[in-house]
Design a binder for this molecule. Structure first.
Ligand code: NAD
Length: 264
């Protein structure tokens, strides 16, 4: 506990259970003194999210489905009434039809392309605009992305395209809000075993491939993602905006598997 986040209040979006990346981030931020509010996607998830949020002393636990913008507005209104202002937001939300997270990207349907983009990409822009209005003294916005945005990962398909657009959004939003002292960054996490992660076909193969080939020769934990989020959401990173920060055991730097692995 450093007190790095003392006096800072923020919204955590995207906890589904205690395996969620957002949960790893929330635990770390709370350990360092942050006061947290949470959203959950629907009544079914409330049962899981509410006890987790309460265990971090949170009293603001609100429903929010980003496909229904009225629920996003309601969350912002509630935060304004309760806190008056906001210091940070964690957006750890992604979705695509499982049936299209396999096979060819070329076969993506128009309906699922639109839905994936709205939930996984545009929601961050809609939330950023509303959160910025609650940040008169500056703030920090963080989203989660994956390396399938810049390089082809089998089966990741339309999510890779949505993550590419999300990463571009991070840069445009950073430029838009920089003058207000609001920073916008993304963490590009390596594969983590979560509900969303399991939706991608052959997820286990990707997970094991990363273990074999990443410089650190392992995958990352949600607590390690939390450590980097702490940096990006605290004043430690006050000079950093528009960045895509990799937390992937170094996998993104690799061009070819090591000869010892290939020969094995
Ligand atoms: P997760 O399943 O625990 O979390 C995904 C969250 O998105 C859930 O809480 C779900 O309720 C929420 N969500 C989906 N549709 C929503 C909607 N319409 N409205 C509101 N919330 C909605 O999985 P996770 O892996 O922790 O995913 C969090 C983020 O991290 C996602 O953006 C994901 O793409 C990203 N990410 C995951 C990995 C991985 O390997 N798991 C790697 C890099 C990035």
């Amino acid at each position: 506990m450093t007190g790095l986040m003392h006096g800072k209040r923020g919204l955590i979006m995207g906890v589904a259970n205690d395996h969620s990346i957002a949960w790893g981030i929330a635990k770390t931020l709370r350990q360092h003194g942050a006061e947290l509010a949470f959203t959950y996607q629907g009544e079914a998830l409330k049962k899981r999210v509410a006890p987790l949020a309460e265990s971090l002393d949170s009293t603001l636990i609100m429903p929010c489905d980003v496909e229904d913008i009225a629920t996003v507005d309601a969350v912002c209104d509630e935060l304004k009434d309760a806190w008056g202002s906001l210091d940070f937001v964690v957006h750890a939300i992604g979705f695509s039809d499982k049936n299209e997270l396999k096979g060819r990207y070329a076969d993506t349907t128009r309906a699922n392309f639109s839905r994936t983009m709205v939930i996984s990409c545009f929601s961050f822009t809609e939330i950023a605009r509303r959160a910025a209005a609650l940040m008169p003294n500056g703030g920090s916005l963080l989203t989660l992305t994956y390396g399938g945005s810049t390089r082809v990962m089998p089966n990741y398909n339309v999510m890779g395209v949505a993550k590419a657009a999300l990463e571009a959004s991070v840069r445009y939003l950073a430029a838009d809000f920089g003058a207000e002292g609001i920073r916008v960054n993304a963490i590009s996490a390596g594969p983590v075993r979560t509900l969303a992660g399991a939706g991608v076909a052959d997820a286990r193969l990707m997970f094991n491939y990363q273990k074999a080939h990443a410089p650190l020769r392992r995958t990352v934990t949600i607590e390690e993602v939390g450590g980097s989020a702490l940096y990006l959401l605290s004043d430690l990173s006050s000079g950093v905006t528009g960045e895509i920060h990799y937390v992937d055991s170094g996998y993104n730097i690799i061009s070819m598997p090591r000869p010892d692995v290939l020969k094995a």
